[in-house]
Design a protein around this ligand. Sequence first.
Ligand SMILES: Nc1nc2c(ncn2[C@@H]2O[C@H](COP(=O)(O)OP(=O)(O)OP(=O)(O)O)[C@@H](O)[C@H]2O)c(=O)[nH]1
Ligand SMILES: [Mg+2]
Length: 377
Amino acid sequence: MEIAFVGNPNTGKTALINAIAGSDLEVGNWSGVTVEKKEVTFKYKNETIHLADLPGTYTLSPYSIEEKVTREVICSDIIDGIINVVNSTDLRRNLYLTLELIDLQKPMILALNMFDEFKKRGYEIDLKEFSKLLDMDIIPTIASRGLGKKEIIEKIYQNVKNQKIPKPFSYQEHIEKEIEFLINKMKNIDCNIKRFLAVKLLENDEFAFNKLKDYPEILNFTKEAQNRLKKHFGMDVKKFIVEYRYQKIDEILEKVLKKPIIDKVILSDKLDNILLNKYLGIPIFFVIMFLVFQLTFSGSQPLVNWTNWFFQDYLADKLKIFLSPFPSWISSLTINGIIAGVGLVLSFLPLLALLYFFMAILQESGYMARLVFYLIK
Ligand SMILES: Nc1nc2c(ncn2[C@@H]2O[C@H](COP(=O)(O)OP(=O)(O)OP(=O)(O)O)[C@@H](O)[C@H]2O)c(=O)[nH]1
Ligand SMILES: [Mg+2]
């Protein structure tokens, strides 16, 4: 069984494969990490399953070479099922590819990845309705932590076994009529992705034309269909189809996605705008550093004083009495040497602890990383 992982760049496809198969393919926090097809073999329920890791792509009408690799593989007969990995925090953009993938009419499921980020931003989604509208299994996942991996593999396995294929995404009625017309004309051609090719022909896609270059009559029928549509819509057919997809995505999201009234992302963006402002960024950095050092010194002062008092007054006095029967050099070595030395070192401890605490806050909040990025820019 050959399963392809398809999705926009940097959505966690490779991370999900690694989680499922325990492999160590390269993941990275930027787009374009995977540039060629990689395959991991994995045993599930006594069946050998090949998981194909593909370069990220935004569309199946791509320009770059890596994206074309993805289209080539995904449109070939070797693929039995598709796991569409989407970034759940950026659904509008990600679902465009999903709608194109549905045209392939292969068993398919949706991994709603980065679900931790999704929750963090306060988004909510009606999974049942979403799954009904797209007619496929939709599983929230956090690939980097391996969450959802069992369900993903089980669902795609079931869908491939039962040949469960999502119902076609319906385009505007005139487009649908022309799709049907072209599919009908391909009746005698041996090909599994006729609907996909019909849509792509209408979109003037070179890949579809290439696939059917041995059938000039189909290309002529395409021209006919395009002319009819152009006349009807009064606009370019490809443009119409692209806009129609986005319109449908908006309708779906309107029904299933709930964003918080105050978007936490926007809040953090606003903070970024202030903290990394062209003129205020550096002065704010110095103010923050000044405050960190002030708070470190004044905050740790009581503890420093207490440590000094404990070693120099309390412990030294007690030891002086305890050591009085011994020769004076032993008492002097212990009190003026060991206790005073250890006390001096330990009196820095509260100060250092507090300093590291504030540094950790600056580091973990992402302020430092952003600042470095800003300075380089
Ligand atoms: N917070 C969070 N991060 C994730 C999740 N899944 C993956 N990541 C991170 O997202 C980044 C991209 O992951 P990859 O697996 O390389 O993404 P990809 O889709 O293979 O990327 P390309 O190969 O470039 O298309 C890595 O830094 C992952 O650790 C997730 O569910 N939550
Ligand atoms: Mg990858």
